[in-house]
Design a protein around this ligand. Structure first.
Ligand code: GLN
Length: 288
């Protein structure tokens, strides 16, 4: 029964889609119907309407192969976004590979908070990954120039590709190990979604995340606070007067510790909640 899907004797799109849906459901992929539709729309360049109206049509051998390959990989928990090499962030499409974290909806809060403040001349994006934050800040006209850094050369290649796709020119990507770097410049806006998962919690993550997403983008292999401490220590040196820092945090139970890390004179703190009503972002204003 389990392997029934792998030798489908049909080339009809509707039959393949139904078999695929059932197979993914058996393998605990709950959103299988929608995912299959998205896959077919993206890979076969069809509109949802075409699928609904013409789905009894036959597909080519090549497309059947792609479809079966998708169902195989997805049934093993391989993330949907990596299969499509695409992820949506703030309504924009980003190219993603296993070298970058898949942008999460809760990270969009950083953009919302930045937008509330109008615009900034010079921004630093720490741990840019796919470049989603930098590029979105441009798209939303929040920043004029960005210095986006990451320790991973492979992630930066993905970010460069996104810069090209979106046609944003004023972003310079640079390979920098933030934890061992002395900054020479000051910025008006600093954003970061640092690897905040503790070494202990990392082990408990679902396999779908642990097996495929880059480990260094998720955990600092310590207490999850390493990046906040380093940012806070450097803040007077890297943030201009009246500039702001916006960082994402993980679990609410770290809020108190992170608040303590950033609480110092001349810095005003404000916390923001995400759509699930969890504290998710901290804004720090350099007040004078
Ligand atoms: N800046 C990227 C994001 O917010 C990547 C963050 C990371 O790799 N920790 O999605």
């Amino acid at each position: 029964m389990k392997n029934k899907f792998f030798e489908p004797n049909t080339f009809k799109l509707n039959e393949l889609m139904l078999l695929g849906e059932a197979f993914l459901l058996e393998n605990n992929i709950e959103n299988s119907k929608k995912e299959i539709e998205w896959f077919v729309i993206d890979k076969f360049q069809l509109k949802l309407q075409d699928i609904k109206l013409n789905n009894k049509k036959k597909i080519s051998e090549k497309n059947k192969f792609f479809f079966i390959d998708f169902i195989k990989r997805r049934s093993q928990g391989y993330p949907f976004q990596y299969i499509l090499n695409k992820s949506s962030f703030y309504g924009y499409d980003f190219f993603v590979t296993e070298d970058t974290l898949i942008p999460r909806p809760e990270t969009e809060l950083i953009i919302d908070v930045a937008k509330k403040h109008g615009s900034f001349d010079f921004c630093l994006d720490i741990g840019t990954g796919s470049g989603n934050l930098s590029i979105t800040l441009f798209k939303e006209k929040v920043v004029k120039q960005v210095h986006a850094i990451d320790i991973s050369e492979k992630a930066l290649l993905v970010a460069e590709k996104n810069k090209k796709i979106h046609g944003e020119t004023e972003i310079s990507f640079e390979k920098i190990d933030f934890l061992n770097y002395n900054f020479k410049k000051k910025y008006d806006l600093i954003v970061a979604n640092p690897p905040y998962i503790t070494k202990k919690d990392y082990k408990k993550l679902p396999t779908e995340i642990k097996s495929y997403e880059p480990k260094i983008a998720l955990t600092d292999f310590e207490d999850g606070l390493t990046f906040y401490k380093k940012i806070s220590k450097n803040l007077p040196l890297i943030l201009n007067k009246n500039g702001i820092l916006i960082v994402e945090i993980g679990l609410e139970n770290t809020k108190k510790e992170i608040d303590f890390i950033f609480r110092k004179s001349n810095f005003i703190l404000k916390w923001y909640k995400d759509l699930n009503n969890n504290y998710r972002a901290l804004k720090v204003v350099h007040s004078c």
